[in-house]
Design a protein around this ligand. Structure first.
Ligand SMILES: Cc1cc2nc3c(=O)[nH]c(=O)nc-3n(C[C@H](O)[C@H](O)[C@H](O)COP(=O)(O)OP(=O)(O)OC[C@H]3O[C@@H](n4cnc5c(N)ncnc54)[C@H](O)[C@@H]3O)c2cc1C
Length: 96
């Protein structure tokens, strides 16, 4: 698939880091992909996986795309969800 930006949002050819050939237009080849899933296991602030009744399951932590309930207000960084919750989970696991 090739996507072309609408005329009003096209990069000015003068802004390109190279000399475009005369009459050049810009196009980008795109491939559909999943960057991040929104759903997942419910976790608490220690990244512990919770049961439906809200109690924590012993010795089970989740981070990254496996953890849900984080991006409820809209997509929040998937990398941050992996890195921040991953560290929180590791620290909590080391303490217990
Ligand atoms: C194209 C693209 C662009 C993105 N851009 C951004 C961005 O700009 N900013 C941002 O914040 N997020 C971005 N994301 C989202 C972010 O990359 C993910 O949300 C994040 O990497 C999820 O981390 P994770 O550790 O949960 O999962 P992953 O990064 O998917 O890590 C899971 C790992 O487990 C391994 N694995 C799977 N099954 C097994 C198995 N059975 N045994 C052993 N290992 C296994 C996989 O090989 C993989 O290495 C992007 C994602 C994509 C695809």
């Amino acid at each position: 698939m090739v996507a072309a930006a609408p005329a009003e949002s096209q990069v000015a050819l003068a802004d390109l880091p190279f000399e475009p050939p005369p009459g050049a237009v810009a196009a980008v080849r795109v491939i559909a992909s999943i960057t991040h899933t929104i759903g997942g296991l419910q976790v608490d602030d220690r990244a512990r996986v919770l049961r439906e009744d809200g109690s924590a399951i012993e010795a089970l932590w989740a981070a990254g795309v496996d953890a849900g309930g984080v991006a409820t207000g809209g997509y929040a960084s998937g990398l941050a969800q992996a890195l921040v919750l991953g560290l929180v989970a590791a620290e909590d696991a080391a303490r217990t």
